[in-house]
Structure formats: structure tokens, C-alpha cells
Design a protein around this ligand. Structure first.
Ligand SMILES: *[C@@H]1O[C@H](CO)[C@@H](O)[C@H](O)[C@H]1NC(C)=O
Length: 342
């Protein structure tokens, strides 16, 4: 498939990121209507539990390395772009041999099973094209679904280092820091993907937004590194990169990138009767991270014997991540590289 032209050079991590904007090169195509959203998990069980975001969790106060956030993202993205076998994961308390191939690139193989409108598989590589940091909150600390497009417009039309405009194989990712409020964040979604309107941005660009939930609703959007207060006795898992908000974002980013790649203009791969509420390849497996997952059980995960961190894939440099499984169209079930019976 068409190869991305953008450079894969990773800039050094900078501090105090507010809005991080990434261009990802990929191949895929066109047209559409309907909003898609990744809902928070675990699902707010029943109507008897309130649907309000939990904003005052004790671990909501965790804020560790804000400045390291971008570094984690970049590593996650560069891990995806790494073709071939990744490094061997560290020793785990569960079956190490079974998990040896549980890499980020192996996780992306499920996405590759999908084809675009020209019948070609989704490309094997995803390349971080460029990033832009909006550290001065150019559009304020409260964004709506529409004003997100203004942020994107500013990024691609900026006088200094504008992001490349690539409607054909570019994916745009807007990441907001923990102090930015976004319409529907926490109550309904942890992230979503859609495409920009030519009337606002000048182009139809597939994009996703993912928010850092550390202070606003970690129990919803950074689960299982934080847990909802309405489930008594549930203990949070240790975040593999030491940052609850960012480790929680990684899974949402994975979810959105998988869907952006397979359904960039929200008209391609989805299941269900109602195209206004499409269920896409990541939606189908929301909350499932390992063998046996389903309902409120995430499935068999890996726990690092050294620090107790919970994860299911390993990327470049042995960096650990927890990402949800994706719908495998060949097997017709949710699948991930840490499956025990592969
Ligand atoms: C491309 O997609 C087809 C259809 O799902 C699949 O059978 C094939 O294995 C895919 N190729 C790769 C390299 O993933």
C-alpha cells in the first residue's frame, strides 16, 4: 500500500503540553456522515447507578509526570510503526512464553485484516508525521465538538510549522491535557473520531480527540488504573508508565486510531442496524483486553513481576501498554496478541 511520506523523527518530549497534535500517515479513503464516539468504560452499569462522571476520586489527585505524557504517546505511536517482531516483554507473573509475541505491532495486525475502498489492506506502518504543541491554550480550556475543529484549523494553517495537510493518508490526533474540558468528556465519551468540515477547516481531515481524564474522571476513562467509586472493594491496577491519565489515554488512542484507520470518514466498517450509531471494530470489543474478557471482566492480563504493573502489549524499548482488543473479521471475535489460545 501507499507509503507515507512524512518523517518519522520523534522530537524530544517537551513539557507542559496542553494540546498535542499528531499527524499519522496511513492509507485509506473517503465520504460520510454520523458522529462516532468511544464511550467510557467500564459501562456505567445500570440506571440505578448515576451516569455522572466521578470527579473526586482519591486517585484523581495523581498527577505525576505531566511532562512525560507526550513521550508516552510518541513511544506508543512509534511502536505501532515498528514493523516486524518487537522486543521480548519483561518477565511476567503469568505465562511468559504465551505472551512473547504480544507486541504493539502484533496488535496492529488485526487492523490490517481490514481493507479500504480499493480492496487493499490497511497499511502495516503508521508513521508519526509531525506534532504541534498548543501550550498557551489558543482556544481556551473548554472545547466543544465544533471548536475542536478550530484547533485543528489553527494547527494546519499556523504561520509557524503548520501541520501537513493530507486528507488522503493523514490521521490527525488531538490530545488534551487534564485541565481542558471537552464537550461530552467523561459523561459520555473518553475520546471520539470524526472528520473536519471543509466549511471550518477547509479540508475533510479524519481526526480523533482523546482527553486526559486524570483529574476529571479517571474512574471512567482511565480504568483500570483508577476505579469508579460506585464499585466498592475494586482496587485500581498499577499503570505501566506511572501516569494514570496518560496510561488511560493510550488505550483510548489505540481504540480511536484503529477506527480512524478502518473507518476514516465514518462510512466504512461498522456493525449494527443503525448507521447513525455505528459500532466499529474497537467498539465491538470495548472493555476486552485479554482472554476470557467480557461483561465487567477485562480478561487475562499480564502483570509485571517486578513492579506489579498491568499491561497486555509491549512496544519499542520494552515499554508496556494496556490496549483493548479489536474485532477480528476473519475469526469473527475480539482478538489481541496476548490471547492465551493462539
Ligand atoms: C488482508 O485482508 C484479508 C481480508 O480480511 C485477509 O484475509 C488478509 O490476511 C489480510 N492481509 C494481511 C497482510 O493482513
Amino acid at each position: 500500500m501507499l507509503s507515507p511520506k512524512s518523517t518519522a523523527t520523534l522530537p524530544p518530549p517537551s513539557t507542559a503540553a496542553l494540546l498535542l497534535f499528531l499527524t499519522l500517515a496511513l492509507t485509506l479513503t473517503l465520504l460520510a456522515h454520523t458522529i462516532h464516539a468511544a464511550t467510557p468504560w467500564p459501562h456505567h452499569q445500570t440506571q440505578t447507578h448515576n451516569n455522572k462522571p466521578t470527579t473526586d476520586l482519591e486517585f484523581g489527585s495523581s498527577k505525576k509526570f505531566e511532562g512525560s505524557s507526550e513521550f508516552v504517546h510518541l513511544n506508543f505511536l512509534s511502536s505501532i510503526s515498528a514493523p516486524g517482531p518487537g522486543p521480548t516483554p519483561p518477565t511476567t507473573t503469568t505465562t511468559t512464553t504465551t505472551h512473547r509475541q504480544s507486541t504493539v505491532s502484533a496488535w496492529w495486525r488485526t487492523v490490517r485484516l481490514y481493507t479500504d475502498q480499493t480492496n487493499q489492506n490497511i497499511s502495516e506502518t503508521l508513521i508519526l508525521g509531525q506534532e504541534k504543541n498548543d501550550r498557551f491554550y489558543s482556544h481556551g480550556k473548554s472545547l466543544t465538538r465544533l471548536s475542536i475543529q478550530d484547533v485543528i484549523k489553527s494547527a494546519v494553517t499556523s504561520r509557524t510549522k503548520p501541520l501537513p495537510i493530507n486528507p488522503k493518508s493523514g490521521l490527525y490526533l488531538l490530545l488534551t491535557s487534564a485541565d481542558v474540558a471537552v464537550q461530552d468528556f467523561c459523561g459520555q465519551v473518553c475520546g471520539f473520531h470524526y472528520f473536519t468540515f471543509p466549511s471550518i477547516v477547509g479540508y475533510t481531515l479524519p481526526y480523533a480527540w482523546v482527553g486526559n481524564s486524570a483529574t476529571q474522571c479517571p474512574g471512567s476513562c482511565a480504568y483500570p488504573f483508577a476505579v469508579p467509586t460506585y464499585i466498592p472493594g475494586l482496587k485500581p491496577k498499577r499503570a505501566p508508565n506511572g501516569d494514570i491519565g496518560v496510561d488511560g489515554m493510550v488505550s483510548v488512542i489505540g481504540h480511536e486510531i484503529a477506527e480512524l484507520a478502518t473507518n476514516p470518514l465514518v462510512n466504512a466498517w461498522y456493525a449494527g442496524q443503525d448507521p447513525s450509531f455505528p459500532t466499529e471494530i474497537a467498539d465491538l470489543c470495548e472493555g476486552i483486553y485479554g482472554t476470557g474478557g467480557g461483561g465487567s471482566y477485562m480478561g487475562q492480563l499480564m502483570e509485571d513481576g517486578r513492579d506489579g504493573a498491568t499491561y497486555n502489549v509491549v512496544g519499542n524499548g520494552g515499554r508496556r501498554f494496556l490496549v483493548q482488543w479489536l474485532w477480528n473479521p476473519v475469526l469473527s471475535y475480539c482478538f489481541g496478541p496476548n490471547a492465551l489460545d493462539q
